[in-house]
Write a protein that binds this ligand. Structure first.
Ligand code: FAD
Length: 364
């Protein structure tokens, strides 16, 4: 049965809990706020499926075929302005929905907890747009995706590379009607830290929150919240926002993010999306400062989907190595900040305001 001896070896993808035939595995939060599988041994039938399904234990060899790389901009400016980078996620998703498909991705629930969910209508896509820099709660979404796939619906499943690897391990076989899209991922912050931050800032009953609000003349955008009374909280420049700062300085990431095994040359997903950092050295003429996506294509299916949406983009193929040289999170895990252990110890012992005072403003 699955046993986590070293927390770096579990990304919390939920594949083990989802596959268990007797439902004796529960994903439970630890003191840092990250979920890990806990087996009810009295009900376990020792079938071994959980271990056989774990995408880290059964790590796939890297295909080492260089993906094709593109710099892309969604021609719909309104959608792009409401996306983290070039708005390519929305084009992939619209294509699937227009073909009676279903799109899975990360959304905020009514309390701004980040959860995976699915949408079947284009008017609901806004829920999934824009990066939420918190580990999403996968819930039962692997099983739900399988139900749609078995019913012959097209499915676009989006998430971090570990979530896509978990889904693929859980499904066990290739589905013609499954499309997957992951992200170049810095790492995922703790949902507990995010919950405490919402409380500290009084953001739980906001109308909307955006981790990446695009504002005129602000290079990296802002952290933005709109309250029900119309008041706004806008924090820019971007890293001056304490929650963003502890994220970018690697103080509150999941331990497995510091040893990510999914940062391979060729990912398991059909398409990888990212911010095109370094666009000015690769293709300055495309950069209108409103966001450019780096799109990496790693399968025939991914190429077919890309070809279907390309008439709705301004795009250019670029050299893969030149494209990723400015985005080292493609191939490198985030370095653990030396204060990470102290941060989580203090999180348990001190008032949260004090913790953020110590770690959210200090520049370590
Ligand atoms: C935790 C995290 C870390 C990232 N780190 C980097 C990085 O280091 N470098 C880089 O270039 N890009 C990074 N990205 C990706 C980048 O921020 C954009 O999401 C990506 O470029 C797609 O942008 P878009 O404009 O096409 O679409 P958008 O509409 O902005 O993207 C929406 C997509 O992001 C997914 N998503 C949002 N939040 C989450 C979440 N918490 N977990 C899983 N999926 C999520 C949605 O499901 C959807 O597929 C990161 C994204 C996340 C969520």
């Amino acid at each position: 049965m699955i046993e986590i001896n070293d927390k770096r070896d579990c990304s919390g993808c939920t594949a083990c809990a989802s596959i268990c035939p007797v439902k004796c595995i529960e994903m439970k939060s630890d003191e840092e706020g990250f979920v890990y599988p806990v087996v009810d041994k009295s009900r376990c039938i020792n079938c071994g499926l959980c271990e056989k399904t774990c995408p880290i234990i059964n790590r796939k060899a890297d295909a080492k075929i260089e993906p094709r790389a593109y710099a892309c901009i969604n021609n719909n400016l309104a959608v792009r302005m409401n996306s983290s980078s070039g708005g390519v996620f929305s084009l992939l998703a619209e294509n699937i929905l227009q073909n009676d498909g279903v799109v899975f991705g990360a959304s905020f629930d009514e309390n701004f907890v980040v959860r995976h969910t699915f949408v079947e209508r284009e008017e609901d896509l806004n829920k999934l747009r824009v990066s939420k820099y918190v580990q999403s709660d996968m819930g039962e979404m692997f099983k739900k995706a399988k139900e749609f796939l078995d019913a012959d619906r097209k499915v676009l499943f989006t998430g971090t590379a570990c979530q896509i690897a978990g889904l693929k391990s859980f499904l066990k076989r290739d589905y013609e009607n499954l499309f997957t899209q992951d992200l170049i991922c810095h790492g995922v912050p703790s949902p507990l830290v995010w919950k405490k931050y919402l409380e500290l800032k009084g953001l739980e009953d906001c109308e909307s929150i955006s981790f990446r609000k695009k504002l005129e003349n602000k290079k990296r955008g802002a952290f933005y919240a709109k309250f029900k009374n119309g008041e706004e909280y806008v924090k820019s420049p971007y890293p001056s926002e304490p929650m963003i700062r502890i994220f970018l300085l690697n103080k509150c990431l999941r331990l497995s993010c510091h040893a990510c095994v999914f940062k391979t040359i060729t990912r398991q997903s059909d398409v990888t999306l990212a911010d095109f950092w370094g666009i000015n050295s690769v293709l300055p003429e495309i950069n209108d400062k409103k966001g450019v996506s780096l799109v990496l294509i790693q399968s025939e299916k991914g190429q077919k989907l890309f070809d279907e949406i390309k008439s709705e983009m301004t795009y250019k193929e670029v050299n893969f190595k030149h494209a990723i040289i400015h985005n080292k999170m493609y191939y490198k895990s985030a370095l653990k900040n030396p204060v990470r252990t102290r941060f989580f110890r203090d999180l348990q012992n001190l008032p949260f305001k004090k913790v953020m005072g110590r770690y959210g403003w200090g520049l370590l």
